[in-house]
Write a protein that binds this ligand. Structure first.
Ligand code: ADP
Ligand code: MG
Length: 849
């Protein structure tokens, strides 16, 4: 090791005036020198660098002859002996030095010294290194050390992004453990630990020019701090006055008494939040705040704010991050092929990782985020395409029926299919007869009539002697499907006997369960409809050929895989009422073929939706009475989440039910439905509602999913502000299921919430796609796709599923590449293959949607 530095032909420090592509060469050559010319400075060999370097060098305006020389030398580099490699790189660097004299410079070049050279990079990246604050300066000059790796204790190759954090200066085992609590184990983890938000000190506003309603960051000095008891001492408010010389702003924190000790008079802090008004003065309530280092103020830059644990400070982590990012981000090898990168106009990965942590400008931050988001969608899509291909690579049994046969089934229906339903059935018929297993997602808004489509699919299988299983998320729904299927398959139609269509839920008596299981095993039961009981261990099918999953967002991926595994490559139909934009559906469910039912059965009218104040409840009751007089029925729903129905909440619902039935509607028949009822009680209640023995059903959200009682025309939702949009839309979908005019009445839990955006959105539109898009914007993909699926979407840290344009771009690029080299066998795709493996390795492979 020793002496190597002295003989190292490549400058130790960053040459600040040099183009970044040359700067990269310097870094890698230097690393290679330290590694004894073992061709290990880059994973896969130095030639790998050409994948990205050539394009970058051109973008930097590097002399074409120089580029060619680099390309030639590096291509043949691997075949050389260490000595020849040393000579090759030295020769190359000298050549570069001839054309770009600054490259030949020895360390300590003066920033900005070479005015004459073209410098396409933003000037800030150079200027930053001359700034006083080392923690914030982007790419500061590495400290001179005997080893070249700034911040690292050992010489590392870029391959060592897997290196533990203890290689970093200032990180011992203790800190490493704390960082592990944040999920940070390696340098690579650090690079991908993105800021939660940024403080844009380049856009600071003086207090005197703040506007009411603005979302801003302000820096100032704390003038005073007071604690004020409110509500007769039951709570406290901490108030502080912040001033910045131009004016003052009152800050207040509600019920956080400890804040009083943390805010010190005379201290400088930054606060972020919305500017509000109180008695004519500007205030900020519950702002995010942070003590400010004086230096930050002068940096004039965008500062990252990371998610933290209690044991570390923002400043410490930021400093550490700076150390990691500065050195390692440029060393990250971009695995996205140059062709993709340039045609999608993406920032290169190293630069993106740099910019996402320490952005130069809002624009570069945007490009960085876009690049990182692109990667996520791109990898997602590559995996999904592969999954789809794998599924299609196996045989599926062919099932077909004649047009006459199908016509007779359709004639037996009480209605004519919508053209959307017909299209879906045409798709399914083609799939079942394709020789490949069907993998189809049937997407249709609530009430669009998905059930009948599934029943027809099952009938095609059953009439050919094989078995079909339908899985629904609740026993109420399973039971309802069972009745529909029976009337479609067994009664008038006579495709099969009643004994061949069975219902299997957790509540089915043991003896009956045994009989059904036996029937499934010997093939005498043709169609089974049920809950997850259908996939439970002992259930075996003789010949399962179709698996249908209703309300698929309610199931986990494993459950779907399990159902499928009950047969050999059975056909699969999954149904969802979650209306997601097409491009998104293609990405998230890209492994499935898609049928969209974007049409409601004829004669349906939009549900009239009103937001009422709690005091206006009587109006709601009047409307309900009027509808019941006309022979209709109503739902009154309370905001209890079925899985977590707590006893006290439940008591409230039961109490309300008592009040409603004894005092408000003493003359009407009311039923009660909640998640804690015994299954047969639930079924009985639903049957009574269906048979009009109840006028009103008082319920928790168990009615949310799928329940179909077309005679019901009023849906009153109490505490409506406590529901998400998707759920409100589902609940509203319980009415408006016939040609009669229906109503949805939303009563928030308090007066203020009548302005609630979600409730207003509900009143504005009945269109599930529009609502879904809003929900997506407000709550993000995890909520939107359902908690069960967030594991799948959690690979998406940067990508916003609302950015349809980006999704579309990444999807098309992935598709193009997939068509060209599906298995990433080409040498120029080998890095990508590795990254893809890592991406999917983390989020779990297999049944992705
Ligand atoms: P979802 O798509 O929400 O599962 P369902 O399958 O429960 O909807 O159907 C909603 C209601 O519409 C049911 O009462 C069903 O019988 C009825 N229905 C389905 N298709 C049609 C149609 N083409 N014309 C009239 N009514 C229909
Ligand atoms: Mg349904």
């Amino acid at each position: 090791m020793e002496g190597r530095d002295i003989s190292c032909p490549y400058p130790h420090d960053k040459i600040t005036s040099m183009q970044s592509s040359l700067e990269k060469l310097r870094k890698f050559f230097r690393l290679e020198h330290e590694n004894g010319y073992s061709n290990s400075a880059i994973i896969g060999g130095l030639a790998k660098m050409l994948d990205f370097w050539e394009g970058e060098a051109r973008a930097d305006g590097i002399n074409e002859e120089v580029i060619q020389a680099v390309v030639q030398r590096l291509r043949s580099y691997d075949g050389l002996s260490p000595q020849s490699r040393a000579d090759a790189l030295k020769g190359l660097w000298k050549r570069i030095g001839d054309v770009y004299p600054e490259a030949a410079q020895k360390p300590r070049s003066v920033p900005g010294a070479s005015e004459g050279t073209p410098r396409p990079r933003p000037a800030t990246s150079e200027a930053a290194s001359t700034r006083p604050n080392p923690t914030l300066a982007r790419r500061p000059a590495p400290q001179p050390r005997s080893e070249s790796m700034p911040g690292a204790k050992h010489s590392q190759t870029p391959a060592a992004l897997n290196a533990p954090l203890t290689v970093l200066q200032g990180v011992g085992p203790k800190h490493a453990q704390t960082l592990e609590g944040l999920g940070l184990k390696t340098l690579g983890d650090m690079l991908y630990y993105f800021p939660r938000r940024y403080e844009d000190y380049s856009q600071l506003k003086p207090i005197k020019s703040l506007w009411y309603g603005e979302q801003v960051t302000v820096i100032g000095t704390i003038q005073s701090v007071h604690t004020r008891p409110i509500r007769g001492g039951a709570a406290t408010i901490i108030e502080a006055i912040l001033s910045d010389g131009t004016g003052s702003l009152r800050l207040s924190w509600f019920n956080q008494p400890w804040m009083a000790n943390r805010l010190k008079e005379g201290e400088q802090i930054s606060v972020s939040g919305k500017v509000d008004q109180y008695l004519g003065r500007l205030v900020m309530n519950q702002p995010d705040w942070e003590a400010v280092d004086i230096e930050h103020l002068h940096t004039n830059r965008i500062v990252p704010i990371y998610p933290l644990t209690a044991k570390i400070t923002q400043k410490w982590l930021r400093g550490l991050m700076n150390q990691v990012v500065t050195y390692w981000a440029p060393a990250v090898v971009d695995s996205l092929p140059e062709s993709v990168r340039s045609s999608a106009r993406l920032m290169n990965l190293g630069e993106a990782l740099l910019q996402v942590h320490f952005p130069d400008t809002q624009d570069s931050l945007k490009s960085a985020r876009e690049r990182l988001a692109f990667d996520e969608i791109f990898y997602l899509q590559m995996g999904v395409l592969r999954q789809k291909r794998d599924w299609k690579s196996v045989e599926g049994r062919r099932f077909s029926v004649s047009d006459e046969w199908l016509g007779a089934r359709l004639n037996g229906l009480p209605f004519t299919l919508t053209s959307a339903q017909q299209r879906a059935i045409t798709d399914i018929r083609a799939d079942l007869d394709s020789g490949k297993p069907m993998n189809r997602l049937l997407q249709g808004d609530v009430g669009s009539g998905k059930t009948v489509v599934a029943a027809l699919a099952a009938s095609i299988i059953a009439t050919n002697g094989a078995q079909a299983a339908i899985m629904a998320p609740t026993s109420i729904l399973a039971e309802q499907h069972y009745r529909n299927f029976k009337s479609l398959l067994a009664s008038e139609n006579g495709i099969m006997s009643e004994a061949e269509v069975r219902l299997l839920t957790g509540d089915t008596p043991e003896a009956e369960k045994d009989a059904i299981r036996a029937g499934l095993a010997d093939g005498s039961v043709k169609v089974v409809i049920g809950t997850h009981a259908v996939i439970e261990g002992p259930v075996q099918f003789k010949d399962l050929q179709l698996a249908v999953i209703d309300e698929q967002h309610r199931f986990g991926v494993e459950q779907r895989a399990e159902l499928r595994s009950k047969g050999t490559n059975p056909h699969l139909l999954v149904m969802t009422a979650t209306p997601i934009p097409r491009s998104l559906a293609l990405t998230v469910y890209g492994d499935l073929d898609l049928s969209v039912m974007d049409e409601m059965p004829a004669g349906r009218q939009p549900v009239n939706t009103y937001v009422l104040r709690p005091q206006e409840r009587e109006r709601a009751y009047t409307l309900i009475r009027g509808q019941i007089k006309e022979g209709r029925q109503a739902f009154i729903v309370y905001p209890l989440i079925e899985e977590s129905e707590k006893m006290e909440d439940l008591r409230a619902a039961v109490d309300d039910y008592e009040v409603l039935s004894k005092e408000i509607f003493p003359d009407l028949k009311l039923g009660l439905l909640h998640g804690r009822m015994k299954p047969d009680e639930k079924d009985e209640t639903m049957l009574k509602l269906r048979d009009r023995q109840y006028d009103i059903l008082v319920s928790t959200t168990v009615v949310e999913v799928g329940v179909d009682v077309p005679n019901a025309t009023v849906m009153l939702i109490e505490g409506a502000d406590r529901f998400g949009l998707a759920q409100l839309h589902q609940l509203r979908g319980r009415v408006g299921r016939s040609s009669a005019k229906s109503y949805c009445l939303l009563i928030p839990s308090n007066d203020n919430a009548t302005e609630n955006e979600r409730l207003q959105a509900m009143a504005e539109t009945n269109n599930g796609f529009i609502l879904a898009e809003r929900d997506l914007q407000q709550r993000g993909p995890g909520e939107f796709l359902g908690t069960r699926q967030s594991g799948y979407a959690s690979g998406l840290r940067m990508a916003s599923l609302t950015d349809v344009q980006l999704i579309e771009k990444a999807r098309l690029q992935a598709q193009k590449l997939f068509e060209e080299d599906a298995d990433l066998k080409k040498p120029e795709h080998s890095l990508l293959a590795e990254s893809l493996q890592r991406f999917w390795g983390e989020s779990g492979k297999g049944d992705v949607s």
